[in-house]
Design a protein around this ligand. Structure first.
Ligand code: DAH
Length: 337
């Protein structure tokens, strides 16, 4: 019987030392109710009274030994599993990382925000209007009645006889004055549409930024000061502005405004085509008829307005000579800004 116990001990040890040992099966096989050790103990009745305690002690020792071995194997297996997991999750902080490419703003968006910020800093707020607009707001309220020749230069896309894609941001002037009593100081950037063929300087969809100020005692001097500050902030502190008489139906007097060429400083170069000046916008004093259309008394209030193309400002600022580049979404072009 002692030999039997010794054998059980040896076999169990061998089983436990097997790396792939299934602990639960070993436990059942040797220590379980129908296990080998139990069956030996059952046979103890046949032993003599002297032998019984000795064999009993050995049996207990063997049981304790196997239990101990099993327990230490459980620990070993746990440790091995943890080590394996750690090895698999190991991060080598010295390995060079894969660079992730960060997106950036489209040059038009950048310029628009830059322009907006200049005016926001002067106390303007941003007003918005619909791109799908009534003929009334886009033309009639701005003193451009049906059949007025000014409509020819702003041919656009019609949804119906009196609904169109706005050809300018100027309708936001009317919408703002209808909603808000003076003092008014707003800019309105956004998309506009014209039925133009695509070329280096034209696109059926482009962007404008409109400005409107209405209050008591607003003069052309306020318009000049505002635009001069804009030009100097946008193109450099040396920049001068120049007003040339022009005609817009919704302003009187009206002007086209040039900035001194910020490349040659006015001497004449390729950018300004030898002129020394670059046209950037249209402006003027809000026409009394437009004020009246919005229920503002022109005898009490006056105002100025201006409108400029955002593409044009972007092309000048970034020296882009073909407008189509701005819409082709070529990453080689866009990543330069
Ligand atoms: N809306 C004009 C255009 O698209 C630009 C313009 C000129 C806007 C004079 C104005 C303005 O507000 O006063 O050609």
């Amino acid at each position: 019987m002692k030999e039997k116990l010794q054998k059980i001990k040896e076999e169990a040890t061998a089983a436990i030392n097997d790396v792939n040992a299934d602990l639960e099966q070993i436990r059942i096989k040797y220590l379980g109710k129908k296990g080998e050790l139990t069956s030996v103990l059952r046979g103890m009745g046949q032993l003599s009274a002297e032998e019984r305690p000795i064999v009993g002690q050995i049996a207990n020792e063997v049981r304790a030994y196997i239990e101990e071995q099993l327990a230490s194997l459980v620990e070993k297996q746990k440790a091995a599993a943890t080590a394996k997991k750690l090895a698999a999750e190991k991060i080598d902080v010295t390995v060079p990382g894969t660079a992730s490419s960060v997106g950036k703003l489209h040059p038009l968006t950048k310029i628009q925000r830059e322009m907006e910020n200049i005016f926001l800093n002067m106390g303007f707020t941003i007003a918005e209007g619909p791109e799908v607009e009534y003929d009334y707001y886009n033309f009639q309220a701005l003193n451009i009645p049906e059949n007025h020749p000014a409509r020819d230069t702003q041919d656009t896309f019609y949804i119906s006889d009196n609904v169109l894609l706005r050809s300018q941001t100027s309708p936001v002037q009317v919408r703002t004055m209808e909603k808000q009593a003076p003092p008014i100081r707003v800019i309105s950037p956004g998309r506009v549409y014209r039925s133009d063929a695509v070329d280096a300087t034209h696109s059926p969809l482009f962007h404008q930024l409109e400005g409107l100020v209405v209050d008591k005692g607003i003069t052309m001097g306020d318009l000049k000061g505002t635009l001069a500050l804009f030009a100097q902030t946008m193109f450099g502190s040396e920049t001068k502005i120049r007003f040339r008489p022009h005609h817009f139906p919704f302003t009187e007097p009206s002007a086209e405004v040039d900035v001194s060429c910020f490349v040659c400083g006015g001497k004449g170069c390729r950018l300004c085509k030898g002129e020394g000046w670059i046209e950037i916008l249209g402006a003027g004093m809000v026409h009394p008829e437009v004020l009246r259309n919005c229920n503002i008394d022109p005898d009490e209030y006056s105002g100025f307005a201006f409108g400029m193309g955002i593409e044009r400002i972007a092309m000048l600022s970034y020296k882009i000579d073909d407008m189509r580049m701005l819409y082709e979404n070529d990453i080689r072009f866009l990543s330069q800004f």
